[in-house]
Design a protein around this ligand. Structure first.
Ligand code: ADP
Ligand code: MG
Length: 701
């Protein structure tokens, strides 16, 4: 079957016509025959069994009955009319009920003619009734090529009301398959089909719409899911390959004095295996001729900073400058202070540039950047200002990726002839399978190991009623010299209420922890940035023992002496937020604690979140649960990507197929980068069609 047939506009299909075509386009995005074929069922109904009306029991299961309508009437009720049919078989009678689409039903239903009905029966006043049954004339039912596994297609209320029922879609599908005579072009190569024992395309399509049995259905699903994921991965991997062949970068082939001196003389601790592996990956990238474009994922506290520093030393060893950009002033200062000491030992020049840098030091920095005497620059968004011109920026590192947009990332590129290598660091763990799809075109390094000797943060869940005991615990910890965070939710929709909660909480904390013995910082979104910085700094310096805050502290501050994190209304936070907040403690040598405070009213999801937090400290495990609870739509960075537009595969449930698809896509491209070999022609054609109709580049970062 040639591809022109599949591109036929949907109105030309028997049984469609202009009105239905309009609806199909608007409601389901079906413009062509191809679109209809790719409308895959959400689920299948088992229609092997027939019931008699006399056998119905109240079970909520879907049942199928053969009988006749003897009578049809409209019944007025408070909220509009309903249409009620009396339906009988030889064992009894029941009612069929419609609330919507009554006109169409009235005009089209035949009285005293055998129908097969299908749906859920409820019992009202001793009579069974079935709302909105699926109906089909028994004669059609017997003729149809439909199987006992009946597909249920995605639909909308509007479609249902306009008479385009599941049954109708099914009939359209039948006429399409009859016209196509089952000849659909193969879209995978023979080696793939044979190697994975996949169903051929035509057979897979037939069985997804008209499954002969559950085994064939499963095979059809596998083949189509594989194909869908395979082509996404193929596109991502090709993009990555093109990037590498097209976007040249500086080749850092030298590992010189700075790196070696640091490694041999000044390394403050033994690197973990994961850190060593990641540094190797980065070195290899920067040593090639292509620009590095790498994402470094590592849980809070996994030691990304030292990796960043050693990568910057490689740039320096090759005669280039490097910069590190952080989302807030405080974080920049912390990075700067941490690295300053190491830089002094190595005689590397380093400066910090933020919004509050003085004009004089700003001028000096600009000058020294341009003449090359300044080697490392740390800072905030201020680094992106036009006045900031590097002599030769070789590596740009961005900490806490989600605070910077992609646009800002690319702005850094335009400072010299060749783009600098880019390393983006994130502490938001993303399940691997999701990362493969969202960031599939970036190279990914993962630090999946914490430095040794790190104590797990003890996490407990306490109800508001136990607040006094929690306060007593906090007092004990402060007596031992520790510091404490108390965090309140701030959620846009109810900002005023949240603000009141925060202030009420603050007052009760001030009462419980009176001055001068206790000093308290407060930070929230309504404060001026300068005031926020001031309060944060008092806490960072240890002048205050308690930090009361909304989630503004979510990203980054490092106060190793803080050992308790109390999260108020913890049920209102998402899992990844809870995990990020908890990561603020446990940074020093002391045993740290996280206390999740909630009321007694908890949803099932909230319970799961709290249990997950008390069970594990592993960010990747937590992100897997998060993904299951929320679906991929709410996970950072997925919104723009194609992950959500999957037709048949499920990014969570089909992660195994995804891994296989990715490795096969990789093999195919590795063996035949241009998809030029004869046996790859089905892939070449399908790929060309995909790129033509849907330019995936545009919506993957
Ligand atoms: P993050 O990945 O959250 O940015 P950091 O780089 O701030 O983590 O590291 C957290 C803490 O762990 C720092 O105090 C750092 O000095 C320490 N650290 C990092 N790597 C190691 C290691 N291999 N052994 C011991 N301590 C380490
Ligand atoms: Mg960090």
């Amino acid at each position: 079957m040639n591809s022109n047939f599949l591109q036929t506009p949907i109105e030309y299909l028997k049984g469609v016509g202009p009105n239905r075509a309009d609806l199909l386009k608007k409601e389901l995005g079906i413009y062509t025959f191809q679109d209809l074929i790719n409308l895959f069922p959400n689920r299948y109904l088992d229609r092997t069994q027939y019931y008699k009306i006399g056998q119905i029991q109240q079970t909520n299961a879907e049942i199928q009955i053969v009988g006749k309508i003897t009578h049809l009437k409209s019944v007025e009720q408070k909220r509009g009319k309903r249409l009620v049919a009396t339906f009988i078989d030889e064992t009894g009678k029941m009612e069929l009920v419609w609330f919507r689409g009554q006109k169409w039903i009235r005009e089209n239903l035949k009285l005293n003619t055998p129908y097969v009905i299908f749906g859920k029966a409820n019992r009202f006043n001793n009579v069974y009734s079935m709302p909105h049954p699926e109906m089909e004339l028994l004669t059609d039912h017997e003729k149809s090529i439909r199987s006992a596994m009946q597909p249920v297609y995605p639909s909308t209320e509007k479609l249902g009301n306009s008479g385009i029922t599941n049954r109708v879609i099914n009939t359209l599908m039948q006429s399409l398959f009859t016209d196509a005579k089952n000849g659909f072009a193969e879209t995978l190569s023979l080696p793939l089909i044979n190697g994975l024992k996949l169903l051929p395309k035509s057979e897979a399509l037939f069985n997804i719409h008209f499954p002969k049995n559950s085994t064939l259905l499963a095979k059809a699903q596998y083949r189509l899911k594989f194909e869908e994921l395979f082509y996404i991965q193929l596109q991502l991997l090709r993009k990555n390959m093109l990037h590498k062949s097209k976007i040249k970068g500086y080749t850092f082939d030298r590992v010189g004095a700075y790196f070696n001196d640091f490694f041999k003389e000044h390394l403050p601790f033994e690197l973990t295996g994961a850190q060593k592996r990641v540094i190797k990956e980065i070195r290899k990238d920067m040593g090639s001729k292509a620009q590095m474009n790498r994402l470094l994922q590592g849980d809070v506290g996994s030691g990304k900073t030292i990796v960043a520093f050693m990568s910057m030393l490689i740039a320096l060893d090759n005669g280039f400058q490097a910069c590190l950009m952080a989302p807030t002033e405080i974080l920049s200062v912390q990075h700067y202070n941490g690295l300053l000491e190491l830089c002094n030992k190595l005689k590397v020049s380093i400066s910090i540039l933020t919004g509050s840098s003085k004009t004089s030091s700003r001028r000096e920095i600009h000058e020294n950047l341009e003449n090359g005497t300044l080697q490392l620059l740390i800072g905030t968004h201020a680094l992106l200002e036009d006045k900031v011109k590097f002599k030769n920026l070789g590596l740009a590192i961005i900490d806490e990726q989600h605070r910077f947009g992609v646009a800002q990332r690319s702005k850094l590129w335009h400072k010299n002839e060749l783009p600098p290598h880019v390393l983006v660091m994130t502490a938001t763990p993303i399940p691997r399978t999701l990362a493969m799809s969202v960031y599939g075109d970036l190279d990914i390094s993962v630090i999946d190991e914490l430095p040794p000797g790190r104590k797990d943060i003890k996490t407990v869940h306490r109800y508001d009623a136990n607040r006094l005991r929690v306060f007593r615990f906090i007092r004990d910890e402060i007596d031992k010299g520790r510091q404490v965070y108390i965090v309140y939710p701030l959620i846009q929709e109810s900002e005023a209420l949240d603000y009141k909660d925060l202030m009420d909480g603050y007052e009760s904390i001030v009462r419980e922890f009176p001055q001068p013995k206790y000093q308290i910082s407060i930070v929230h979104g309504k404060m001026k940035p300068a005031d926020k910085e001031y309060e944060m700094n008092r806490f960072v310096k240890g002048e205050t023992q308690i930090m009361v805050a909304t989630t503004v502290i979510e990203v980054g501050v490092n106060v190793p002496n803080a050992s308790v994190m109390v999260i108020e209304s913890a049920e209102r936070f998402g899992l990844s937020q809870l995990h990020q907040l908890r990561g603020r403690v446990g940074r020093g040598a002391e045993q740290s604690f996280c206390i999740l405070m909630t009321s007694h009213k908890l949803t099932q999801d909230a319970k799961t979140r709290l249990q997950t937090m008390t069970r594990t400290n592993d960010g990747f495990e937590i992100s897997e649960v998060d993904l299951k609870l929320r679906g991929p739509g709410d996970i950072m960075g997925t919104q723009q990507s194609g992950v959500l537009n999957l037709r048949i595969a499920d990014i969570i449930k089909d992660s195994e197929i995804l891994k296989i698809a990715r490795s096969y896509a990789f093999e195919v491209l590795n063996d035949d980068p241009g998809l030029a070999k004869d046996f790859n022609s089905p892939i070449r054609n399908a790929y060309a069609a995909l790129v033509k109709f849907k330019n995936i580049w545009n919506y993957i970062s």
